[in-house]
Design a protein around this ligand. Structure first.
Ligand SMILES: *Cc1c(COP(=O)(O)O)cnc(C)c1O
Length: 306
């Protein structure tokens, strides 16, 4: 399916500075943030085959889950509007009415119907009984799990690794990627490459099992290393140190990061590089998974930091 005419393959950009030079490694950023203005990064990769499946099976509505700032719900609303699906978003928390987040406002503008559920109910999102109940309540809906993370997501993410291998003429020694549900990390692992996954959530060690579960039935898997200490106080939280890192990174490399996922991942990756984690000569690909719609305005308008 020629889904949303994205700009593929996305560029791969080498970045070097005193830290990468000192460590003697080659560091690349895979610019999946440039895939599409609304359906960006890993959300496009993860949605692609979910949408194909929905279309092939004749569904007319997409139903998915997210919080008020979810990049995935935003991407699904936009993709649905482009492709002629109705969309329903099951949103965690109460209806904020007039104080909707910009993400939810955008979803409504794309025609998404928002259905608010309590935090307790939201926790059931992956339970088969609850999903069954939703498919009876919202008839003819193709249900996409939170974050788009499903077996079809893995297939889409693997295509990113195929692009990278073509661009570098080799498998990188490591991919570095931010993790929320772990679907993107699982997709890369399923291509046989090794992954450093940086949890954006506090207490992210549960992700290891989730990722291994997603990989069940795949005959190949690279080695996973999960980093859980770069969450900056938790999901959707941040610190001045993190924001400062993002601003300096942009000044130096002209790549915009955001504070929920990619900023934390690159902060963590640079910390590992500086600690001598990588052998000299290593080739590392950091995946820019997009998500810039959720960036703090203060990062957008920064022009100069020492
Ligand atoms: C959703 C998201 C992630 C997390 O991806 P998972 O596959 O859920 O682990 C990482 N980065 C960005 C920018 C995202 O929007």
């Amino acid at each position: 399916m020629d889904l949303l005419v994205p700009s593929l393959p996305t560029p791969i950009q080498q970045i070097s500075d005193e830290i990468t030079d000192k460590a003697g490694i080659r560091l690349f950023v895979k610019r999946d943030d440039l895939i599409h203005p609304f359906v960006s990064g890993n959300k496009w990769r993860k949605l692609k085959y979910n949408l194909q499946e929905a279309k092939d099976r004749g569904f007319t509505t997409l139903l998915t889950f997210g919080g008020a700032f979810s990049n995935h719900i935003y991407a699904t609303a936009a993709a649905g509007a482009y492709l002629g699906f109705k969309t329903i978003g099951i949103v965690r928390g109460e209806d904020p009415e007039k104080r909707k987040s910009p993400t939810l406002q955008f979803c409504e503008q794309q025609g998404m119907r928002l259905h608010y559920v309590s935090r307790e109910e939201y926790k059931l999102k992956n339970s088969p009984e609850y999903v069954d109940q939703l498919s009876r309540q919202f008839e003819n809906s193709f249900i996409i799990p939170e974050g788009g993370t499903s077996k079809w997501a893995l297939q889409g993410v693997r295509e990113m690794t195929i692009e990278v291998e073509g661009q570098l003429n080799q498998k990188p020694d490591y991919y570095a990627v931010a993790a929320g549900t772990g679907g993107t990390a699982a997709g890369i692992l399923s291509s046989g490459s090794d992954v450093l996954a940086f949890s954006s959530l506090k207490g992210g060690s549960f992700l290891k099992n989730d990722i291994l579960d997603l990989l069940k039935g795949n005959n190949e898997s690279g080695h996973l290393q999960l980093l859980t200490e770069y969450h900056f106080k938790g999901y959707a939280r941040h610190t001045p140190e993190l924001l400062d890192f993002i601003k300096k990174f942009k000044n130096k490399h002209s790549i915009q990061l955001e504070q929920v996922y990619t900023g934390k991942m690159l902060f963590g990756l640079y910390d590992l590089i500086a600690q001598g984690f990588f052998e000299k000569g290593s080739c590392v690909v950091a995946v820019h998974t997009g998500g810039l719609q959720g960036m703090l305005a203060e990062l957008k308008f920064t022009t100069h930091v020492d």
